[in-house]
Design a protein around this ligand. Structure first.
Ligand code: IPE
Ligand code: IPE
Ligand code: MG
Length: 242
């Protein structure tokens, strides 16, 4: 086995990835699209394990968007079947690598079988200390903000008054308040867009794009993205340090 690359000096705390290009990866090889999704699922394991190894605290992966229901039923059915298989097969690796599993999105709209696998994976990995890996499923960034506003309004009604609302207070109503800041957002597949992913959370994220389709992503490309991140100066609206 080749030696693993050394961990980069400056590792982002929270990496989010738009894993795009599975279908095109398969098509360019003359394969049906579902083969691309299978290859993509294998890359999820590689990248998740590497992120845990090098000290990333949170990894959020866009696995199925609220808009992906527009796809043909047979592709959606395949993706849901793959998700169930992935979750059941991944639990040993998550345990071995100390990775806690979480999911965000309108999860209640997923099938009971998928929900059961999600709950089981969350429950068994709950105490794992190394990294939290979150799958975004039936997820939309605008939907998340609307769901947060609804939860806030519900609280206001229960309390009989509208509580103070700051950005930090509002963020407490997001799907996972502890994951409210993304440091590095990676998109594979060549498109330069956000596709309704983590709109609140990426406000000061560094963006990094590659033409590689997701199944062709690699540990080396992850390290290239992190090295690039480490060279950037994040000013958050302030002035450069001199
Ligand atoms: C990303 O790959 C995976 C999902 C959206 C589920 P795509 O399926 O979007 O692949 P392309 O973009 O069509 O190549
Ligand atoms: C974004 O990819 C969603 C996921 C990776 C799950 P899409 O393929 O759905 O995005 P668009 O349609 O190209 O914007
Ligand atoms: Mg796509």
């Amino acid at each position: 086995m080749p030696a693993l690359p050394a961990a980069p000096a400056h590792v982002p705390r929270h990496i989010a990835i738009i894993m795009d290009g599975n279908g095109r990866w398969a098509e360019q090889k003359g394969l049906p699209r579902h083969k691309g999704h299978e290859a993509g699922a294998r890359m999820v394991r590689t990248i998740t394990e590497e992120c845990a190894r090098i000290g990333v605290q949170r990894l959020t992966l866009y696995a199925f968007s609220a808009e992906n229901w527009k796809r043909p039923k047979r592709e959606i059915d395949f993706l849901m079947k793959l998700l169930k298989r992935y979750l059941a097969g991944e639990r040993p690796s998550l345990m071995k690598n100390g990775i806690r599993f979480a999911a965000i999105g309108r999860l209640h709209e997923l099938s009971p079988e998928v929900l059961a696998e999600l709950e089981k994976t969350k429950a068994v990995t709950r105490e794992n200390p190394k990294m939290t890996m979150t799958l975004a499923l039936n997820y939309g960034g605008r939907g998340e903000i609307v769901d947060a506003a609804r939860a806030f309004a519900g609280d206001a009604l229960r309390r009989g008054k509208v509580p103070e609302l700051t950005e930090d207070e509002f963020a407490r109503y997001l799907y996972d308040p502890a994951a409210a800041e993304v440091d590095l957002l990676i998109r594979t597949g060549g498109d330069h867009r956000v596709s309704n992913f983590l709109l609140w959370e990426i406000s000061y994220a560094e963006l990094w794009f590659t033409k590689d389709y997701w199944p062709d992503f690699s540990v080396a490309t992850l390290h290239a993205a992190i090295d690039d991140f480490a060279r950037r100066e994040r000013r958050f609206g302030g002035l450069a340090e001199r």
